[in-house]
Design a protein around this ligand. Structure first.
Ligand code: FPP
Length: 262
């Protein structure tokens, strides 16, 4: 699989078409890896007088739209924050409802995901889930492991700090010496091993927080925050986010045009 989607780096920075043209076109630079904090399901539901779980179900419907749009736009990796290690603190019926939703989605969508060439990966602590659900997740991951159209990382029972602690524990268990430990090696011990770092992280519902999401991998990611609640963040706004991303100058701590000094 080719990982670099930068078709023509820099060229798209010069001309930004008007909104009407942007709505129909894509920028030349498409992020290889988009990660999303799908926030605002609860508020979306409350605004409609619905139970919170109705918001999560609307969120799943939107995920289907965004997944299709990502595949169409040429995004190769999509990582979604669906259940954090902190979400266990929600009311038991909401936790149960979210677990049921994951199970239903696997039962209902796996065949289509497979047909569409989507490779499913799980990031997070699988062993924290009910044994039957663990088995379904393992089966889905195994079944789709050779698909190459798009990798969908589902962060479920995921926390960034927890991920780093697990990585350190494993490095110690593997008997690594301090000199072996490099940033590349640490990346390989994370749940996201095999996925490049996210180029663009999107957060819906307007909160300006990282919320323990991809805290190592997101060191140089570009952020796009929108006030829209997740169920309302459709492909058109994703397209807008991609245009916004394409205008950014990514320097990774360096300068863009080195100045001759001295
Ligand atoms: C945040 O909104 C959303 C979540 C914690 C759950 C997101 C989960 C889904 C959309 C289901 C995805 C399912 C699969 C199978 C991948 P919130 O509840 O914190 O909203 P609020 O801040 O408005 O209360």
């Amino acid at each position: 699989m080719r990982l670099d989607n930068t078709r023509n780096p820099r060229s798209s920075r010069s001309e930004v078409p008007a909104a009407s043209l942007r709505a129909a076109a894509l920028p030349e630079t498409i992020p290889t890896h988009v990660a999303i904090i799908m926030d605002g399901n609860g508020r979306w539901a409350r605004a409609r007088g619905l139970p919170r779980l109705a918001g999560h179900r609307a969120g799943v419907e939107n995920l289907r739209r965004i997944l299709n749009a990502c595949a169409e736009f040429g995004v190769r990796f999509l990582t979604i924050y669906a259940f954090s290690t902190e979400n266990w603190g929600r009311p038991p019926e909401e936790v149960r409802g979210l677990m049921n939703i994951l199970e239903e989605v696997i039962d209902r969508e796996l065949e289509e995901l497979q047909r569409n060439g989507v490779q499913l990966r799980h990031i997070g602590r699988l062993e924290g889930l009910a044994p039957g659900l663990q088995e379904k997740v393992r089966h889905a991951v195994e079944l789709t492991r050779h698909n190459e159209k798009l990798v969908l990382n589902i962060a479920w029972n995921y926390g960034g700090r927890d991920e780093i602690v697990q990585a350190i524990r494993q490095m110690v268990a593997d008997g690594l010496s301090p000199d072996d430990i490099t940033p590349d090696l640490v990346s390989r011990y994370l749940y996201t091993s095999g996925s490049p770092d996210p180029d663009l992280i999107i957060r819906t519902s307007g909160e300006l927080r990282v919320s323990n999401f991809l805290i190592w991998q997101g060191a140089y990611s570009e952020w796009y925050v929108t006030p829209r609640y997740w169920p309302d963040f459709g492909p058109e706004e994703l397209r807008e986010a991609l245009w916004d991303y394409a205008q950014r100058e990514r320097r990774f701590g360096r300068v863009h045009d080195p100045v001759v000094t001295g």
